[in-house]
Ligand binder design. Structure first.
Ligand code: SF4
Length: 357
């Protein structure tokens, strides 16, 4: 059981972040924000997949203005990602963004920041202070060159103090780096100093393969340490993959119940069926199931049912075809694999219905 660090609760639109709120899942669109139709379509797909907060980049006025149209068609809160131009922050807020993300490294002018604070208060818009090691102020980078995580935390704390001095507390914080150890160290240090809710992620983690591994290690480690109120897996891939990975991280750590868990064996010379193909097929079929069932795909009857005793339902290959088992006991035998898979999916859906009743 993971003990989550106590943070204060803020809201991004209707979604609570921090405090006793569940760890929420975020992603970011990769469409051009000003292409309203494509952006809405992508957000809708991400929503369906399980995204709970969406971020869009706002590189120009047209994109900031597009937010009001996008907001009308989506059901999850929207975060506007602002770099450098404080006017785009102001415009995004008045266009209806639920939160804006700003980076201390690229909006430094105190007068401009005061204007952002004023507008955010007026619209009740939260702010994510997103510190990134790559855009740290040169002087901070120099001062903390031996431990850049210290510099990241210093930059965040300095920025937060300015917001607090201006009576603004509706904030969450991220402290990212592409280096896992630097990221972990920054979040751990910050957690000892502040109780603002934390957006956790490994920035620019890489392609689907390497990024999934880096994100799982970094985000997973922090979550185990009780750190993290909302997560974003950052992948050079279709953002839907970010949602799948985030859900798998939260499910694996038993932080949230987000649909079934697939148990499958690595296969060996004892296998009687094509485990790799069947496991992929089953994974695809159970994608939209909501209950936290444990589903097993095992290569052989000799070891499968025993090794996957924990599963609510499983299938395994046998000399004459295959079996479906429940809690370690054989439920049905099949001569044809296709029939077994069909029946297996049917049984899973029945279990899902039962669970949700
Ligand atoms: Fe091998 Fe059977 Fe274990 Fe799969 S379940 S790894 S096929 S022994």
């Amino acid at each position: 059981m993971i003990n989550r660090r106590k943070t204060r609760k803020i809201f991004v639109g209707k979604v609570p972040v921090g405090g006793d709120a569940p760890v929420s899942i975020q992603s970011m669109t990769n469409t051009y924000t000003k292409d309203v139709i494509s952006t809405i379509k992508q957000i809708k797909r991400l929503e369906k997949r399980g995204c709970e907060i969406i971020r869009v980049a706002v590189p120009d006025e047209e994109s900031a203005m597009a937010i009001s149209q996008i907001k009308k068609k989506i059901n999850i809160p929207l975060v506007a990602d602002i770099h450098f131009d404080y006017k785009l922050a102001l415009l995004s807020i008045s266009s209806g963004a639920d939160c804006i993300r700003i980076n201390p490294g690229n909006i430094k002018n105190r007068k401009k920041l005061k204007e952002i604070i004023k507008k955010s208060k007026e619209y009740n818009t939260s702010i994510r202070i997103g510190v990134n090691s790559g855009s740290l102020d040169f002087k901070i980078r120099k001062k903390y060159e031996n431990d850049i995580s210290e510099g990241i935390v210093f930059s965040a704390m300095e920025y937060i103090k300015f917001f607090e001095d201006n009576d603004f507390f509706n904030m969450k914080v991220s402290l990212k780096s592409t280096d896992i150890m630097t990221t972990i160290s920054a979040y751990e240090k910050f957690s000892k100093k502040s109780d603002y809710p934390l957006h956790v992620g490994i920035t620019e983690a890489g392609t689907e393969f390497s990024g999934t591994i880096k994100s799982s290690i970094g985000i997973g480690y922090l979550l185990i340490r009780g750190i993290g109120d909302t997560i974003r897996v950052s992948l050079t891939a279709n953002p839907e993959k970010e949602i799948d990975t985030a859900k798998e991280i939260l499910k694996s750590l038993k932080i949230r119940e987000l649909g079934p868990t697939l148990i499958s064996c690595p296969t060996c010379a004892r296998r009687e069926i094509d485990v790799i193909a069947i496991a992929k097929n089953v994974e695809r079929e159970i994608k939209n199931i909501k209950s936290p069932l444990k589903v097993a795909v095992m290569g052989c009857e000799v070891n499968g049912p025993g090794e996957a005793k924990d599963a609510d339902i499983g299938l395994a290959g046998s000399i004459r075809g295959g079996i479906i088992f429940k809690e370690g006991r054989v439920l049905k035998r099949f001569e044809k694999t296709d029939e077994m898979i069909k029946e297996f999916i049917k049984e899973i859906k029945l279990l899902d219905e039962k669970y949700r009743r």
